[in-house]
Write a protein that binds this ligand. Sequence first.
Ligand SMILES: [Zn+2]
Length: 268
Amino acid sequence: MDRPLTNAAQHIGNTTFGTKLRRIIIQCPKHGPVGVFATTDQFGVEYVGKCLRCVEEESAAEATEFKRRREDPALQLRNRMIDAGIPDDYLDESFSTYTFDGWEDPHRGFFEYSRLFVENRDRTMVVLGNPGVGKTHVACSMLREMIVRGFSALYVTEGALLRQIRSTFSKKGGPTEEEVFRRYTSCDVLVMDEMGIAPWSEYSVQSLADIIDTRVSRKKKTVFLGNMDLGTFKKHLSDASISRISMGKTFEVTGDDYRKLKKRQGRV
Ligand SMILES: [Zn+2]
């Protein structure tokens, strides 16, 4: 109950003159008549305390709910996915929510391989194709599976990563270049999305190359997603990075827009 029944309040006597706090009896709908404190402010507005038993019950219920949430495996996974930087739209998506247009579906190859990538020892995967072919859905599903297996995972767009690197140039607090480098080289699996959109400089290409080089030599997994063809992708990165990445699998996905496909199959 939010507002006790002040009408039913029964004064049990003011305390010493001048003391504004007084004890009254209110009728709690749940606990019957209970004593609470009441006070009147300088404008004559009366404030009546809540039934203490109700307050106790509410905080006990909150504590139980807090414990349940903290221990709920589904919520724990969701929080780890949020920490990994997975976009909101993909927090509830997984391999099992991915829809196909039959076995001939052009997306099948990189979908099946992404499931293997969770388990195998390959270090890099490149998926290129038009926007909306489901690249991010599949990559985030892969991250989800790796998080479930206890691996540390990160999702970042190339633009956001370059911005983080650039922001370390201005010495106005924030993470240092070394901290950004460590963050993106230490996680077990990294998905770098939207490759090739952000404007890049000689320096950002070098920073990216350092991250890729370090990740590959530390046997960490890296997935690159981009809306471009392979030729453009290769020009976008340094030769050293390309030779590192070329050891892994590359998929060029064409065909129907996955988002359209989902709509046609009754999903938004
Ligand atoms: Zn009560």
